[in-house]
Design a binder for this molecule. Structure first.
Ligand SMILES: [Zn+2]
Length: 1069
C-alpha cells in the first residue's frame, strides 16, 4: 500500500462511498464533485464570468480562486475517472436522477461539460462521450429537468445552462435522442425554455443547438410547429443582435428542418419570419465567414421547402425571393464551397418561375398502339389467375411515378403492413394441369429431345430474304442482321437499319475510364439555365427534326399510294453518305426511325447547340431516359452540345462518371468499327420545362405538379467532318440482333451430345415471335435441375442482353465448367421478355404503358403474353413435370448504381411478418457469394435480400413466393461502370458485360460441387465480406435517394456535421 495516497483517488473513493446514500450526503457529494471539477476546468472565455451568477451554492466560489489546471492535469484526472471499474461517470449520472435537485444537476453537468470539452483531445474524450451515451445521459438529464419543472420553470432555471451545454454535446452524437426526448417530454420542455430565454444570451445557444437535433425528427417537427416554435424562432431572429451569427445559424438550421412540415411553411409566412430569412439572404455577403456556407445552405433549404407549397411559393415571390435568389446566383463566388449553395439556389429559382411547357404537341408518344379488346381481355383472364384483391398491382405502378422513382428493383421502404393476410393469397397455388399440358412441346428435354415440328423459332420468323447466309463470307454478320430485320414488325415504318446494329458493333478492345466530372461545367450549366429563362430571345429555337411531322407526311403519302411500304426490306446506305456535306441545310441532320431509335424532336438552340426531346414509351407520356439516334452533316473540328431535355429521373449516372456512347461510320470504314464512350461537359440537371401535362385527365399527374424535367447535357467533337454517327445511352442491342444471333446459333455445329433448341414461346401484342431457348446435355438417365433465366423486361436496359449473350455463349462454349453445367442442369432461357419495347425504343414498358416487371403476380395473357407464358413454363416445371428449379434469375440494367450485383429474397428481411415464421433456406445468398469470386464486375456489398411490398409483383419476388424457389434473383448490371474491383473507375462495355454473363455461369457451376468444395470456395470471400452484410447493412444510395438540388455528385460535403459545434459552445456568440 502506498503510504501517501493520491488525493484524487481519495476523492473518488469518498464519492463512491457517499453516493450509496446520495440524499443524505448531498452536501458532501457536492463538495467532492467541486474538488473533482477543479481538476478538469477548462479555460472558457465567456462562460466563467457568467456562469458564476447562476451558481447558488457557496462552494462554487472556491473555483474562481483555483488556477485553471493545465491540459496534463485534466487528462490525468480524466484517466482516473473513466476506467469502468471505477464507475465514476455512472455514479455522476445516477446522481442527477436520484437527487432530483437543481444544484446537483448543475454540479454534475458543469463537470461533464468540462470533461466533454474538445480541448481534451484524443481517445480519452471519446471514451467519456461513449460512456455518457451508453448511460443515456441526455435522456436522464431531460427526464430530471422535466420532472423538476412541474413546479415551474424557475425551479430549474439555475441548471438550464450547464444541462443544455451537456445535452448539446451529446445530441449530435446520439441519433435516437430526438425520439427519446419526445418520450420523456423533453421536446416541449426545450421549446418552453427557448421561449423563456429568448433574450437571455447565455443559455440560448445550447438551447438552440438541442432544438436543432430535436427538429430532425418529423414527428417533432409537427409537434414543435404546433407548440409555436416557428413564432419563437421568428421572434428570436428579430431580437438577436445581427452579429450573433452562431445563433442565427442554428435558427436557420431549425427553420430548414421545421419547414419540411407543410403546416410550418404557413406559420413561417404568418409570423413574418420569412421576411427576416430573405433579408439575411439578401445580405449574404455580410454573414460571418465561418458560418456563411451553413447559413446559406439552411436559408436555401427553407426556401426550397417553402416553394414546394403553393402558399409558400406565393409568399416567397411576393417578398422578392426570386429576385434575391437570382442576384445570389449571378454573384455567387466561383469557389467550390459555394457549389452546393449555387445548385440549391438554382433549384429554388426553378421552383418559383412559371415554367414553359415542353415544345411538343403532346407529351404522349408520337405514335399509338391500338390494344385489341383491351377491356374484354382485362376481364377474361383465361390463363392467369383472377386479379387478387388487396395488393393490387396497380399501386406499384403509381409508385413508379414517384419522384423518388425507381429502377426495376430499387430499394424501397415497404410501408408498414401488419394484418395483411398474404397466406390466403399465395398459399394455395391451383395447379392448372389441364391448361398447362399444352405447353408440353416446349419441354423437348422431357420427351427424349424430340422437337415437334412447327415449334422452332426459325420456322415462325418470316424470312423475306431467302437463301442461306454463307458463314464464311466477310459480310455474314450483316447478312444475318438484314435477313432477321425483315421479319421484325414495328408500329411505324422504319426508314433504315442502323449501321452499328447491322454490322454487330461492340465496344473497343481497351477499357474506357469514367468521366472525371468538372464542377465548373455544372456551375456554368446552372447559370445558363437561369439566363435562358431570363433571356429566351437569344436562343434560335429552330426545329430541325420532327417525328410527328415525319409520321404525318408518311401517313398522307400512304393515303395516296396505299399498300406499298410496309413489306419493303430495310437496308443501310450510310457508307455512301459518309464525307458528303448536305448543302441544302446549315445544321446537323438527325434521324431515329430505326429499331430502338426514339428521337421525337430536335430544336437548334444556337449554331452548335441542340435541344433533343425523346419520344415517350408507346401509349405513355413517360419513362424518357434511353436514347438512340443518328447525327450527320457535322462541320470539321466543331464542338456540338446536345441537351436531352425531357428526362424524368431526379438524378443520373451522368453526374457520376458515365459517358454516352458514339459510333462513327467513317471510323468503321477505317477499320475501327466500335461504339466508344464519348463526350465532355457532361452534366445532368434540372431544367425550366414543366412536367405538368397539357391534359390533366389522369390523377397520377397531380404528383408531377410543378415538377421540372431534367436535362442530360454533353458536348461531342465528332472524329470526322460530314460523317454519319450514332449516339446512344448505352450499347444498343435490338430485337433483330437477338434474332440474328439465334439464327447464327441454329447454323452452328454443336457437339452431338449437346441439346440446343430455340422455340417459339408466344407472340407479342404486335405479332413478333418471342424465343425460348432450351440448352442441356443429352442424357436421358438423369433427373436434372432447372436454371431458368430471363432478360430485357425493361427495354432501356440493353446491358442485360449483352450479359445474356455471355451466358448463352458460355454454356455452349464447350469448357469443362460448361459441360458440368449442362450435365447437371437444363437451361430454360427467355432472352427477351419485352421485344416490343426494345423495337420501339422504349425505356421501361411494352405497348400498354405497363411495367411488365410489375405483372408477374398475375399476368394477363392478352396484355402480358411474354410474362404469362414464361410464368406458365415455371408452373409446368414445378407442378406438372415436378422438376426442381434450382435458380431463377432475371437480368436487368441499373442506371443509378455501379458494378454488377444481385437482389435476392430473405424471409427475415421481408416486409410481410408472416414470411419470418419460417427460417431462410441456407441457399438464398449462395449465388451472389459465388459470383463475388467469379466475376470481376461483381460487388457483393451492393447486393440486398429484402422483400419489399412494392416488389411483390416483380419476377424475383413473385417466382420466389409462388413457386418456392429460394434462389430467385434479379441481377443488375450498371449502365455506367465499376467503383470497385479490377474495373474500378472504368466503364462497362459489351466485353465486360459478356464476361459478367460468363462469370454468372462460373458461379452456377459451383452449385454442382460437393459441399466441401463449395465451402472452400466461399471461404475465400469471407475475408473480404462481412457475412452479415445483407442482414444489417442499409444500402447506401447516396445522393440518389433525394432529389438532386440542381445537379449533384460530390457536391455535398457533409454540411450537416457539427464539427464546429463544440467551438460554438465555447467560442464567441
Ligand atoms: Zn430493370
Amino acid at each position: 500500500m502506498a503510504t501517501e495516497e493520491d488525493p484524487l483517488s481519495v476523492t473518488l473513493d469518498r464519492l463512491t462511498q457517499a453516493v450509496t446514500q446520495p440524499v443524505e450526503n448531498m452536501d458532501t457529494i457536492k463538495t467532492l464533485i467541486s474538488r473533482l471539477h477543479s481538476k478538469l476546468k477548462v479555460q472558457e472565455s465567456s462562460c466563467i464570468s457568467v456562469c458564476g451568477t447562476f451558481f447558488p451554492w457557496s462552494d462554487y466560489t472556491e473555483y474562481f480562486a483555483v488556477v485553471v489546471p493545465d491540459a496534463e492535469v485534466r487528462l490525468s484526472t480524466l484517466a482516473k475517472i473513466i476506467p469502468p471499474e471505477r464507475q465514476t461517470l455512472e455514479q455522476l449520472v445516477h446522481l442527477i436522477e436520484v437527487c432530483r435537485e437543481p444544484s446537483m444537476v448543475t454540479a454534475v453537468c458543469s463537470l461533464l461539460h468540462d470533461a466533454l470539452s474538445p480541448s481534451n483531445k484524443g481517445d480519452i474524450r471519446d471514451i467519456v462521450i461513449q460512456t455518457c451515451l451508453a448511460l443515456n445521459t441526455a435522456e436522464v438529464i431531460l427526464r430530471t429537468l422535466k420532472s423538476l419543472s412541474t413546479e415551474g420553470l424557475t425551479v430549474i432555471e439555475p441548471c438550464v445552462h450547464p444541462a443544455y451545454q451537456v445535452l448539446a454535446k451529446l445530441a449530435s452524437k446520439d441519433p435516437k435522442l430526438a425520439v427519446k426526448a419526445r418520450l420523456v417530454g423533453g421536446v416541449k420542455l426545450t421549446h418552453q425554455l427557448l421561449q423563456a430565454h429568448m433574450k437571455n444570451n447565455v443559455p440560448l445557444l445550447p438551447l438552440l443547438m438541442v432544438t436543432k437535433y430535436l427538429a430532425k425528427n418529423s414527428t417533432n417537427q409537427v409537434m414543435l410547429g404546433k407548440d409555436g416554435c416557428v413564432a419563437t424562432l421568428a421572434a428570436i431572429l428579430t431580437s438577436v443582435p445581427k452579429t450573433h451569427w452562431a445563433k442565427i445559424k442554428f435558427i436557420m438550421e431549425i427553420l430548414a428542418l421545421l419547414t419540411k412540415a407543410k403546416s410550418n411553411v404557413i406559420r413561417l409566412v404568418r409570423e413574418t419570419g420569412l421576411q427576416r430569412v430573405l433579408s439575411i439572404f439578401d445580405g449574404w455577403e455580410k454573414i460571418e465567414r465561418r458560418h456563411q456556407i451553413k447559413i446559406l445552405k439552411s436559408i436555401l433549404g427553407t426556401l426550397s421547402h417553402m416553394c414546394d407549397s403553393k402558399h409558400g411559393r406565393k409568399a416567397v415571390m411576393a417578398l422578392n425571393g426570386v429576385e434575391i435568389t437570382q442576384r445570389f446566383i449571378q454573384s455567387c463566388p466561383a469557389d467550390k464551397k459555394f457549389d452546393s449553395a449555387l445548385a440549391s439556389a438554382t433549384n429554388v429559382f426553378l421552383k418559383c418561375i412559371s415554367k414553359g411547357e415542353l415544345p411538343v404537341s403532346s407529351t404522349r408518344g408520337a405514335f399509338k398502339f391500338q390494344v385489341a379488346n383491351r377491356e374484354e381481355s382485362d376481364s377474361t383472364a383465361a390463363l392467369s389467375r383472377e386479379a387478387t384483391p388487396g395488393l393490387d398491382a396497380d399501386s406499384s405502378d403509381d409508385e413508379l411515378e414517384d419522384e423518388m422513382e425507381e429502377e426495376e428493383e430499387d430499394f424501397d421502404l415497404s410501408r408498414e403492413m401488419k394484418g395483411v393476410d398474404l397466406s390466403s393469397e399465395y398459399s394455395v397455388e391451383r395447379p392448372r394441369t389441364e391448361e398447362l399440358v399444352r405447353l408440353a412441346p416446349l419441354f423437348p428435354e422431357l420427351s427424349n429431345y424430340k422437337v415437334q415440328s412447327g415449334t422452332r423459332f426459325k420456322d415462325v420468323t418470316l424470312e423475306a430474304r431467302r437463301g442461306n447466309v454463307n458463314d464464311s463470307s466477310p459480310d455474314a454478320g450483316t447478312d444475318y442482321y438484314l435477313r432477321a430485320s425483315d421479319s421484325t414488325k414495328s408500329i411505324i415504318s422504319f426508314v433504315k437499319v442502323a449501321y452499328p446494329d447491322m454490322i454487330g458493333a461492340r465496344g473497343p478492345m481497351y477499357l474506357e475510364e469514367l468521366y472525371d466530372k468538372d464542377r465548373k461545367v455544372c456551375r456554368s450549366k446552372a447559370i445558363a439555365t437561369v439566363e435562358r429563362v431570363l433571356h429566351p430571345e437569344i436562343y434560335m429555337e429552330r426545329v430541325v427534326y420532327d417525328l410527328d411531322y415525319l409520321l404525318e407526311s408518311e401517313h398522307s403519302r400512304q393515303l395516296i399510294t396505299p399498300a406499298s411500304s410496309s413489306s419493303r426490306s430495310l437496308s443501310n446506305w450510310d457508307e455512301k453518305r459518309v464525307g458528303k456535306k448536305d448543302v441544302t441545310v446549315n445544321h446537323l441532320n438527325f434521324e431515329s426511325r430505326f429499331e430502338s431509335g426514339n428521337l421525337r424532336r430536335v430544336i437548334q438552340a444556337s449554331n452548335t447547340e441542340y435541344d433533343l426531346i425523346l419520344n415517350a414509351d408507346v401509349n405513355s407520356s413517360h419513362h424518357h431516359q434511353w436514347f438512340y439516334f443518328e447525327v450527320s452533316n457535322m462541320e470539321p473540328n466543331t464542338q456540338y452540345t446536345f441537351n436531352i431535355i425531357n428526362n424524368e429521373k431526379p438524378n443520373s449516372e451522368f453526374n457520376f462518371g458515365m459517358k454516352p456512347v458514339m459510333f462513327s461510320v467513317r471510323e468503321a470504314l477505317l477499320g475501327r468499327p466500335a461504339w466508344v464512350r464519348t463526350g465532355s461537359n457532361i452534366c445532368y440537371h434540372k431544367n425550366h420545362y414543366s412536367r405538368i401535362p397539357k391534359c390533366h385527365d389522369n390523377v397520377r399527374f397531380k404528383k408531377s405538379a410543378n415538377k421540372s424535367y431534367y436535362t442530360a447535357t454533353f458536348t461531342v467533337t465528332f472524329p470526322h467532318a460530314y460523317d454519319v454517327c450514332y449516339l446512344a445511352y448505352h450499347y444498343p442491342y435490338t430485337y433483330t440482333q437477338l434474332q440474328a444471333y439465334l439464327s447464327k446459333l441454329d447454323n452452328r455445329n454443336l457437339p452431338s451430345d449437346i441439346f440446343y433448341c430455340s422455340q417459339l414461346l408466344c407472340h407479342t401484342l404486335n405479332g413478333n415471335p418471342v424465343p425460348l431457348l432450351t440448352i442441356t446435355s443429352k442424357d436421358t438417365n438423369k433427373t436434372k435441375e432447372v436454371v431458368f433465366l430471363t432478360a430485357r423486361v425493361h427495354p432501356g436496359e440493353s446491358n442485360s442482353s449483352w450479359v445474356m449473350e455471355g451466358v448463352v455463349d458460355f454454356i455452349l462454349g464447350g469448357s469443362v465448367a460448361a459441360r458440368l453445367l449442362l450435365d447437371k442442369f437444363v437451361f430454360k432461357i427467355v432472352p427477351m421478355l419485352n421485344p416490343e419495347g426494345v423495337i420501339h425504343g422504349n425505356q421501361r414498358c411494352g405497348l400498354t404503358d405497363e411495367d411488365l416487371n410489375r405483372r408477374w403476380r398475375s399476368p394477363n395473357p392478352q396484355l402480358h403474353p411474354t410474362i404469362c407464358h414464361s410464368k406458365s413454363l415455371l408452373e409446368y416445371l414445378v407442378h406438372v413435370a415436378k422438376q426442381k428449379v434450382r435458380v431463377f434469375c432475371d437480368f436487368h440494367g441499373h442506371s443509378r448504381q455501379k458494378n454488377v450485383f444481385m437482389y435476392g429474397c430473405s424471409r427475415l428481411q421481408s416486409w410481410w411478418p408472416g414470411d419470418k415464421d419460417t427460417p431462410d433456406s441456407p441457399d438464398f445468398m449462395l449465388l451472389p457469394r459465388l459470383a463475388q469470386n467469379c466475376m470481376g464486375t461483381f460487388s457483393l456489398r451492393d447486393c440486398h435480400f429484402q422483400i419489399e411490398r412494392a416488389r411483390e409483383a416483380t419476377a424475383r419476388v413473385a417466382v420466389w413466393r409462388q413457386f418456392d424457389i429460394p434462389m430467385s434473383y434479379t441481377m443488375e448490371a450498371s449502365t455506367c461502370g465499376c467503383d470497385q474491383g479490377p474495373y474500378k473507375n472504368y466503364h462497362l462495355s459489351p466485353k465486360e458485360l459478356i464476361e459478367s454473363g460468363e462469370g454468372f455461369c462460373l458461379a452456377l457451376s459451383y452449385l454442382v460441387s460437393t459441399p466441401e468444395v463449395l465451402n472452400s470456395r466461399l471461404l475465400q470471400d469471407s475475408e473480404r465480406v462481412d457475412h452479415k452484410f445483407g442482414m444489417t447493412k442499409e444500402r447506401n444510395l447516396g445522393d440518389f435517394t433525394k432529389e438532386v438540388a440542381f445537379w449533384s455528385g460530390e457536391l455535398d460535403d457533409d454540411l450537416d456535421s457539427d464539427d464546429d459545434l463544440d467551438l460554438d459552445l465555447y467560442g464567441p456568440m
